[in-house]
Design a protein around this ligand. Structure first.
Ligand SMILES: NC(=O)c1ccc[n+]([C@@H]2O[C@H](COP(=O)([O-])OP(=O)(O)OC[C@H]3O[C@@H](n4cnc5c(N)ncnc54)[C@H](O)[C@@H]3O)[C@@H](O)[C@H]2O)c1
Ligand SMILES: O=P(O)(O)OC[C@@H](O)[C@@H](O)[C@H](O)[C@H](O)CO
Length: 509
């Protein structure tokens, strides 16, 4: 079986297969986008959108993709001339969708640590005037150690500041040579935050007032929100899929058919990125905040609050959880009775939005692993679940039992016994699983559970220490009336009777 690459595509697939039903010229469109991040999500979302536009002769441009940190996927991508197969699967309006296509919108991949000069030289290309990034929530962060002359600066904002400085120098501060900067990282008002850090670095690095004016006047940072579930490489089915495709593809990526991109921008920006002309579900809005709150609290909130509950109930996949009577009830009660009542939105709209999310969770074609979603669960709990818990308590003067149960389950999920290769190792029914989170979170849980096992602290103190950890929650949660007691009582039951049995009894009230 041959490997997917440009030669094989042109000789064996182009125009002969539904996988490559597009004109040859799109393989040579010029570079128009600097893309920071080579991850699964961007390849299943933005690169697919570029490909869709190019097929229709709309955008006529490709993305040069930069891998921000090692290790990464750029070398695998380059081995296939940056071609890969995208599998989009799901049920939409009752119809089964199972689309497979070779995506052609990446021109090349560059590894920023080995090819920094080459990355910077892209700033001299007048055709490249758009930046799109996804560096995870950890990527848009200020690093005071960064320096303009680092090879490369460590952080993503550091890299982009150096890039913009090169562009400013090369075009002598020409106000027409600014960039449209479109981050998709799932942090609140991602564009504003990226811009704030870039200005901070420009100050740290003593860059000129004229450069800062150019940054402000010639460049635009947009705030955006993305939505598509992308589990990535379909590990368990890869062999079978390759047989069906007829070629090998190490970079194939699976995602759901549903997609939505909310961008805070105006007509000028919409014209520059005319997704709508290709029929893509991109909404240009004046204010993205309500859309973000709704998505993060309901979809991501349901994911994050269910991770420890479902996983420790012996369930590995999202769709298995929504098909399990008990866990499904937990998800529904959390969403409809505890999250939605805290949101200031039209109730009917919220319920219809939530029902669609439950349908997406049920997607029979997507293997979305709870363990993958569990990555960085402590910070995700703070941003995605805790606001609903606190708002509920504030509004109704009582605690939301399902969300509190999920907090107890989270503490149980982190009951690890050792840290190995940066992961906390815990056990589920005698089998080990690895918890991935920031080191400080892993160390914290290892320490409290070790002290508990040694009899140095009680379970009550363990919960108290967790809830008062301001590093996790940015506040002392022991101040919430009754929270320590309820969390501890659920944790006791989980430890005594197991997750599923406890969940059943809690749901029965
Ligand atoms: N996969 C999904 O379903 C999905 C859906 C919507 C949003 N997202 C968001 O996209 C992010 C990435 O998901 P993915 O599936 O593409 O993951 P991935 O592991 O395939 O890619 C992660 C990318 O982020 C970069 N990165 C990681 N840490 C970084 C850091 N500290 N600084 C700079 N770059 C860094 C990596 O180099 C890589 O390019 C997630 O964190 C999530 O917030 C994912
Ligand atoms: O990707 P993460 O790790 O930020 O969060 C896990 C999931 O909640 C997330 O990927 C959702 O599936 C996604 O946000 C849907 O758009």
């Amino acid at each position: 079986m041959f490997r997917l690459n440009r030669q094989n595509l042109e000789e064996k697939l182009l125009g002969k297969s539904e996988l490559a039903d597009f004109p040859a010229e799109i393989l040579d469109y010029p570079e128009r986008v600097l893309q920071i991040g080579e991850g699964n999500f961007l390849r299943a979302f933005f690169n697919w959108m570029l490909h869709e536009m190019n097929k229709k002769g709309i955008f006529k441009g490709r993305a040069a993709v930069i891998q921000p940190i090692p290790p990464g996927k750029v070398s695998d991508l380059n081995e296939q001339d940056d071609l890969y197969t995208l599998l989009l699967r799901g049920i939409q309006e009752g119809e089964e969708i199972d689309r497979r296509e070779i995506i052609t919108s990446i021109s090349r991949g560059l590894e920023s640590h080995q090819e920094w000069d080459e990355v910077l030289s892209l700033a001299e290309n007048p055709d490249i005037d758009i930046v799109v990034s996804n560096t995870t929530e950890a990527g848009i962060a200020y690093n005071p150690e960064d320096d303009l002359n680092d090879n490369p600066p460590d952080s993503y904002p550091g890299k982009l500041t150096a890039y913009l400085k090169r562009r400013y120098d090369y075009f002598s501060g020409d106000r027409d040579k600014g960039m449209l900067i479109v981050p998709v990282e799932l942090i609140n008002r991602n564009g504003d935050e990226l811009k704030r850090i870039i200005f901070k670095l420009a100050n740290d690095w003593n860059l000129s007032a004229d450069f800062k004016n150019w940054l402000e006047e010639a460049n635009t940072f947009l705030n955006t929100l993305v939505d598509r579930i992308v589990p990535g490489y379909p590990e368990d089915e890869a062999k079978e899929i390759e047989q069906e495709l007829g070629y090998r593809d190490r970079n194939m990526t699976a995602g759901e058919a549903f997609h939505l991109w909310i961008i805070e921008g105006d007509e000028k920006h919409k014209k520059k990125l005319p997704f709508h002309k290709a029929g893509l579900n991109v909404k240009w809005v004046d204010n993205m905040d309500p859309y973000r709150t709704r998505k993060v609290r309901i979809l991501n909130g349901a994911h994050t609050s269910t991770v420890p509950v479902a996983y420790l109930s012996g369930i590995d996949l999202v769709r298995e959880a929504v098909n399990d009577e008990v866990v499904a009830k937990f998800i529904e009660k959390s969403i409809f009775e505890e999250i939605i009542p805290t949101l200031d939105f039209d109730n009917e709209e919220l319920e219809s939005f939530a029902n669609k999310i439950l349908e997406r969770f049920e997607n029979p074609f997507i293997d979305h692993e709870w363990l993958d979603i569990s990555l960085n669960s402590t910070s995700k709990f703070k941003t995605r679940v805790l606001p609903s818990l606190l708002k509920y308590q504030d509004k109704f003067n009582e605690l939301p039992t399902n969300l509190v149960f999920s907090l107890s389950a989270l503490i149980k999920f982190y009951k690890g016994k050792r840290i190995e290769k940066g992961k906390l190792i815990a056990t589920r029914k005698g089998e080990e699983y690895a918890i991935k989170d920031e080191n400080k979170s892993l160390e914290f849980f290892l320490s409290i559970w070790s002290r508990f096992k040694e009899g140095k602290i009680s379970r009550y103190e363990l919960v108290q220490e967790t809830l008062s950890n301001k590093d996790f929650w940015e506040q002392d949660l022991t101040a919430i009336p009754g929270l320590v007691e309820l969390t501890e009582s659920y944790l006791n039951k989980i430890e005594e009777n197991g997750m599923k049995t406890t969940l059943k009894s809690i749901l029965q009230g």
